[in-house]
Design a protein around this ligand. Sequence first.
Ligand code: F3S
Length: 108
Amino acid sequence: THVVSEACIRCKYTDCVDVCPVDCFREGPNMLVIDPDECIDCAVCIPECPVNAIYAEEDLPANQIAFIKINAELALADGWKSITKRKPALPDAEEWKDKTDKVGELVR
Ligand code: F3S
């Protein structure tokens, strides 16, 4: 599967969802995740993300491994809905796009 990592938090640019052929993105308050049961590993979303948040599971940086579980859990969580059309990024996206260690900012 492919995985949305920390860089998405508080940015949510949503360019990724427009290209997904299987509509596997799910939207939470300040991040998207990929439903691992639906992702077909086509990888077309990877270059679309302006903050390079998306990785093939096997290519995830070591400090992003926790996001495998986070994607799997939140894809099924209450209130996390399918998103298939691009929409404006979060208002503070530019401010947050270069920040690291944002996992504490994730709103479930
Ligand atoms: Fe997030 Fe990048 Fe998509 S910031 S919403 S993974 S385009």
